[in-house]
Ligand binder design. Structure first.
Ligand code: NAD
Length: 382
C-alpha cells in the first residue's frame, strides 16, 4: 500500500498528517510512504527525519498523487488534488462530511473512497483512532493558555510580601473531552474552576479534576443519546442552562465554552446580556466557533472587545497552533486506522468492518453514508 502525505495548503494549517514515528511503523508493515518535501516543516519535522524513518521524500506532487493508494491529510484536499488521484484510491482526513457535504461531490464521480475521521465510531476498538478526542485535548489545553495571556490577572493564588493575590475564576461550559482538558489545565495553573454540562456523567469527571459541577433542574428530560453524546435540548431546557450560566458568569474571570451536539449547530449558551453583565477585563474563548459558536457576541477568528471590556476569542483552527503534538496525536490515530485498510502491504477495504464501514463517505462512485446521502439527495450505496 502506497501512502502519501502532502504539504497542507489551508492558510495557517501547520499540522502534518503523518510524523516520522508513524512512517516507521507503516514502512515496517510492508507499506511505502511518500511525503511531499517540506510537509512537516511547520510542525518542526524536517525531510531528513522522514527519510530516516523510511519515507520517500519528493518535491513532485504530480508524481505523488497518481501513485498513491491512500492520501492521508489533515484538511480535506482541494478538488484539483482529488482529480489527480486514481479511481479506487483512498482519501483519509478531516473531510467535514456533515458540515460541507457538497465539497465531497467530486469524489463520487472520481470513484475515490473517502474516509472522514469525524465519522470514526467512538467504540472501544476504535479508541486509538479517535482524532476528534486528540484534537479536543489540544484545544482544551490551548484555550486556557490563550485566555491566560489575555487576562489582566494571574491564575494562581499567590501569597507575597505585598499581600495575597486571589486566584482566577474559570467557568467551563461543556465538560466533554475539550472541556475536561481545559479544567485540568486551568487547575494546574492554580485557578478555581466551575463547569456545566447537560450530561450527568460529566459531573463526576469534573469533580475528579477538582472542579465544581454546576447543576440545574432540566425537568427530567433525556440529555444523552445511546452513544454518550449530548442530545439537542428543548428551548426551555436550554434557557434554564443559560440562566444558570449567566448567574455564574458575573463572577468569572475566564469562560471557556466547548458545548457541541454532533451534526448540529452548537447550542447558544450565552446571549449578549450575559456577556454584558460580566466583569471588565474578563475573557471568553468560544471553542464552538467552527460549528456556529456558543456565545452570541463571538465572531469566528476575530477578537471582539465588548463595550463593558470583555475580550471574546473564537478561534477556528486552534489545534493548528500546537502543530508538533497535534500532528503526533493525529498521526498515531491515522496509523492505527491505516492498519485496517491494508493486508500484506496491499490496499484491502473491508466495508463490513465495524470501524471501516461507518467511517466511509464515498466508495465506488456512490455515497455510502446515509446522513451525507440525504444531505446531497443521493441514493445510499453499499
Ligand atoms: P462534543 O464535542 O460533542 O460536546 C462537548 C460537550 O458539550 C459534551 O460534553 C456535551 O455533553 C456538552 N453539551 C452539549 N450541549 C450542551 C448544552 N446545551 N449545555 C451544556 N453542555 C452541552 O463531545 P465530546 O467531548 O467529543 O465527547 C463527549 C462525550 O462522549 C465524552 O465525555 C465521552 O463520554 C464520550 N466519548 C467517548 C469516546 C469513546 O468511547 N471512545 C471518545 C470520546 C468521547
Amino acid at each position: 500500500m502506497r501512502v502519501a502525505v502532502l504539504h497542507e495548503t489551508l492558510p495557517g494549517e501547520e499540522r502534518v498528517a503523518l510524523v516520522p514515528e508513524s512512517v516507521k511503523k507503516l514502512a515496517g508493515a510492508k507499506n511505502e510512504v511518500w511525503i511531499e518535501a517540506g510537509a512537516g516543516e511547520a510542525a518542526g519535522i524536517n525531510d531528513r527525519d522522514y527519510e530516516s524513518a523510511g519515507a520517500k521524500v519528493t518535491t513532485d506532487r504530480t508524481q505523488l498523487l497518481p501513485a498513491a493508494d491512500v492520501l492521508v491529510c489533515v484538511q480535506r484536499p482541494s478538488p484539483s488534488y482529488m482529480a489527480a488521484m486514481r479511481p479506487g484510491s483512498v482519501v483519509l482526513g478531516f473531510l467535514r462530511p456533515l458540515d460541507e457535504p457538497t465539497a465531497l461531490e467530486p469524489a463520487i464521480g472520481l470513484k475515490l473512497t473517502t474516509f472522514a475521521v469525524e465519522l470514526i465510531p467512538r467504540i472501544t476498538r476504535a479508541q486509538a483512532m479517535d482524532a476528534l478526542s486528540s484534537m479536543a485535548t489540544v484545544l482544551g489545553y490551548k484555550a486556557v493558555l490563550i485566555a491566560a495571556t489575555q487576562l489582566p490577572r494571574m491564575f494562581p493564588m499567590l501569597m507575597t510580601a505585598a499581600g495575597t493575590i486571589v486566584p482566577a475564576k474559570v467557568l467551563v461550559l461543556g465538560a466533554g473531552v475539550a472541556g475536561l482538558q481545559a479544567i485540568a489545565t486551568a487547575k494546574r495553573l492554580g485557578a478555581v474552576v466551575e463547569a456545566y454540562d447537560v450530561r450527568a456523567a460529566a459531573g463526576e469527571q469534573v469533580k475528579s479534576l477538582g472542579g465544581t459541577f454546576l447543576e440545574v433542574d432540566l425537568g427530567g428530560i433525556a440529555t444523552e443519546d445511546a452513544g454518550g453524546y449530548a442530545k439537542e435540548l428543548t428551548p426551555e431546557a436550554l434557557q434554564r442552562g443559560r440562566d444558570l450560566i449567566a448567574k455564574h458568569a458575573r463572577n468569572a474571570d475566564v469562560i471557556i465554552t466547548t458545548a457541541a451536539v454532533p451534526g448540529r449547530r452548537a447550542p447558544l449558551m450565552m446571549n449578549d446580556e450575559a456577556v454584558l453583565a460580566m466583569k471588565r477585563g474578563s475573557v471568553i474563548v468560544d471553542l464552538a466557533a467552527p460549528t456556529g459558536g456558543n456565545v452570541t457576541l463571538s465572531r469566528p477568528d476575530e477578537t471582539v472587545v465588548t463595550e463593558n471590556g470583555v475580550t471574546i476569542l473564537a478561534p477556528l483552527n486552534l489545534a493548528a497552533t500546537v502543530p508538533f503534538h497535534a500532528s503526533q496525536l493525529f498521526s498515531r490515530n491515522m496509523a492505527s486506522f491505516l492498519q485496517l485498510l491494508g493486508k500484506d502491504g496491499q490496499l484491502n477495504i473491508n466495508m463490513s468492518d465495524d470501524v471501516v464501514g461507518p467511517s466511509c463517505v464515498t466508495h465506488q462512485g456512490q455515497v455510502v453514508n446515509s446522513r451525507v446521502a440525504s444531505m446531497l439527495a443521493e441514493p445510499v450505496g453499499r
